[in-house]
Design a protein around this ligand. Structure first.
Ligand SMILES: Cc1cc2nc3c(=O)[nH]c(=O)nc-3n(C[C@H](O)[C@H](O)[C@H](O)COP(=O)(O)O)c2cc1C
Length: 151
């Protein structure tokens, strides 16, 4: 059976640190194409660090409508599961493996946190069932460019 992934390579930028305040820090990566070859949404996937290690993640692609309305800048944000550390300025490769849900505008930080906990539970399950060893090769791409690859 073939499975489809979207792959993005990018350098981690400094965000506005709200993720840290919420208790869910994210590695933020700018996307080249603001209209997007993939839609906005939340995904389970894997992140590969510069040193070649793979880390499981819950990943958001979108404009953070809870905080920026519909006009926000579109970016990829990876919350790495069970990770404490600094990824700023590191170039990562991100595999988006399973689409979990659409982006939503939440009426409170508490509602967003509840959703994030569910996303993390789903991403934990998906990455356990789809280990990094089974990922397709990332191939070559420009920073911030979204590519579709098959395993
Ligand atoms: C798994 C995941 C799912 C997310 N889902 C949403 C969402 O549905 N709506 C939204 O407004 N923001 C969503 N976000 C983005 C958060 O609003 C964002 O991470 C937070 O505001 C921190 O932003 P910062 O990194 O710029 O500080 C999601 C983030 C992650 C990691």
């Amino acid at each position: 059976m073939t499975s489809e992934y979207f792959v993005v390579r990018g350098t981690v930028e400094h965000g506005d640190e709200r993720g840290r305040e919420l208790g869910f820090p994210t590695a933020n990566i700018a996307l080249r194409d603001q209209s997007g070859s993939i839609g906005d949404g939340v995904w389970a996937g894997w992140v590969r660090r510069a040193d070649g290690t793979h880390l499981p993640a819950a990943i958001s692609v979108g404009r953070r409508p809870t905080y920026y309305g519909a006009d926000g800048y579109r970016l990829l944000e990876a919350h790495i599961l069970d990770f404490k550390g600094d990824l700023y300025d590191e170039t990562l490769v991100v595999w988006l493996g399973a689409h979990l849900r659409e982006q939503q505008k939440y009426s409170s930080a508490e509602d967003l946190i509840t959703a994030l906990k569910n996303d993390i539970a789903a991403a934990t399950q998906w990455t356990a069932a789809h280990p990094a060893a089974s990922l397709p090769a990332a191939g070559e791409s420009e920073l911030g460019e979204v590519r579709r690859v098959e395993a």
